[in-house]
Design a binder for this molecule. Structure first.
Ligand SMILES: [Zn+2]
Length: 218
């Protein structure tokens, strides 16, 4: 017997007797990391990315950026080994292939900026993410989108044409990639978010001082 989707207030029948979610929520769980997670778009992340870039420019001499890019290079190097291993964990191997695709197309700087921006977004709008798993998969997806290697072409026998197909990341590979990125960039990202918050606080205080001084004019 088929049950009911376990997402609160959904009430739709489960996708199959083996599924705990309806079709839509099952798809969101697979593609977005959580039944209730929606995709973070490139445009949505842009303002956060610009702020990260501004913060990097303000701290151009900090060794942090080179350290973080170095960590990413190590991850790509490690992935090269993992991807070619005939034995070992299949999920790790898939995740390694994702890393190699990203590494082939995107510079370490772009990966770092995107990952840091995701943490600034998380810090400022925590409710944007349904769960940690939802956040980590969005983190993985935004970084993965820096590479164009996820679409390939397939020959369509009926039309006789090449057709572009988009390759989805497997949920397990996405979770592994998200976890790797979070471990690498999380601490720095949250620190950048705290600095942004401090700047806003300073600006509010300055405004308040001006208002008070205006009131106290005699
Ligand atoms: Zn549902």
């Amino acid at each position: 017997m088929t049950g009911v989707c376990r997402v609160p207030n959904c009430h739709l029948p489960a996708f199959s007797r083996f599924s705990r979610h309806c079709r839509r929520h099952k798809s969101s769980l697979r593609r977005q990391g959580d039944p209730l997670q929606t995709s973070v778009t490139k445009g949505e992340l842009t303002p956060y990315r610009l702020r990260v870039e501004a913060r990097i420019a303000k701290n151009a001499d900090s060794p942090l950026w080179e350290h973080l890019e170095g960590r990413w290079r190590e991850i790509v190097g490690q992935a090269r080994g993992d991807a070619s291993k005939a034995t070992g964990n299949r999920y790790q191997r898939n995740a390694a292939r994702e890393v190699l695709n990203i590494g082939a197309d995107a510079g370490g700087r772009a990966v770092m900026v995107t990952a840091l921006a995701m943490f600034v977004l998380l810090s400022e709008r925590p409710s944007r993410f349904a769960s940690d798993a939802g956040f980590r998969l969005q983190l993985a997806r935004r970084v993965r989108a820096l590479s164009s290697r996820h679409s390939g072409s397939r020959y369509d026998h009926r039309t006789g044409r090449e057709q572009r197909v988009y390759r989805e990341m497997t949920p397990k590979a996405g979770a592994i990639l998200g976890q790797t990125l979070a471990t690498t960039f999380g601490a720095a990202g949250l620190r950048l978010a705290a600095l942004d918050e401090q700047d806003r606080e300073d600006a509010r205080t300055a405004q308040e001082n001006i208002r008070t001084a205006i009131k106290e004019l005699k």
